[in-house]
Design a protein around this ligand. Structure first.
Ligand code: COA
Length: 261
């Protein structure tokens, strides 16, 4: 993996750790950081040695405190639309990634940071995490898919309340709302929990994991019939060697060894 300016990457035991590394700006997402996320996810799709991704923010104070406000203080109608579409496209790459992507959030998880976490397949928070979509304080709205994903995750009423008030919720409230999967006391423990989850997923059939991503995402695509997507994906699974291996291993009373083929 190439070196990046705003992101630290480390590959360990099949997991790519992606750390947004602008700690003095509370890891705010500027354009360059988004482009780096894009090129990392292009590589994740192609690189067979990467089997899962964990995204976190540098330091204890913030996961990501939003899009970089310095860069969005002077937009016009044309480049504002491009700004939103570009962010949406990059976050959709995360959501559609066939390998599990887990956000480990600590501290401020606001605006584009909350949207980044929501684009991941799962979220594990440390107890000091705070979530919110404070864009209304700036006269704007979430633009990286937040209006959609927040509503999908926590429902219309609560999503409206969070976005219209700009209020933050703490980690336990986020857990209650279904915004995060787990809350652990510290960032280190949240990371260990995320590693536990991706470790379990990596022991399963990789092609089936990718099919689950497609089918779950189909729920939110009005042009797609999710049941049809499910039936098609199910049929694709049985063409794989992993299907033969999984069913044979069960019948032979042994552990399966999946190859992702
Ligand atoms: N964009 C750009 N810079 C940001 C930022 C953002 N979204 N969030 C924080 N920063 C920068 C601050 O400008 C400051 O930089 P400086 O030291 O050069 O002045 C640094 O990060 C530390 O932030 P600061 O505001 O001093 O910390 P705080 O503890 O007082 O407050 C927050 C923390 C998160 C409450 C506050 O930074 C904040 O409200 N950030 C913006 C959140 C937001 O509106 N996000 C949505 C953007 S669309």
């Amino acid at each position: 993996m190439a070196d990046f300016v705003n992101i630290l990457t480390e590959e360990k035991n099949g997991v790519l750790y992606l750390t947004i590394n602008r700690e003095d700006k509370l890891n705010a997402l500027n354009y360059a950081t988004l482009e780096e996320i894009k090129s990392i996810f292009e590589e994740v799709a192609d690189n067979k040695s990467i089997k899962a991704v964990i995204i976190t923010g540098a330091g204890e104070k913030a996961f990501v405190a939003g899009a970089d406000i310095r860069e969005i203080a002077d937009l016009n109608e044309v480049n504002a639309r491009k700004f939103a579409e570009n962010g949406q496209e990059i976050f959709a790459m995360i959501e559609n990634c066939h390998k599990p992507v887990v956000a480990v959030t600590n501290g401020f998880t606001l605006g584009g940071g909350c949207e980044l976490a929501m684009a991941c397949h799962m979220r594990v928070a440390s107890a000091n995490a705070k979530f919110g979509q404070p864009e209304v304080n700036l006269g704007i709205i979430p633009g990286y898919g937040g209006t959609q994903r927040l509503t999908h995750l926590i429902g219309r009423g609560k999503a409206n309340e969070l976005m219209m008030t700009g209020d933050m919720v703490d980690a336990n409230e986020a857990l209650r709302l279904g915004l995060v999967n787990h809350v652990l006391p510290t960032k280190a423990e949240a990371m260990a929990k995320a590693e536990d989850i991706v470790g379990k997923i990596m022991s399963k059939a990789p092609l089936a994991i990718g099919m689950i991503v497609d089918c779950v995402n189909a729920v939110y695509l009005p042009e797609e019939n999710g049941y049809q997507t499910e039936a098609n994906s199910f049929a694709r699974c049985v063409k794989s060697g992993d299907y033969k291996e999984g069913t044979s291993a069960f019948l032979e009373k042994r552990k399966p060894v999946f190859k992702g083929e």
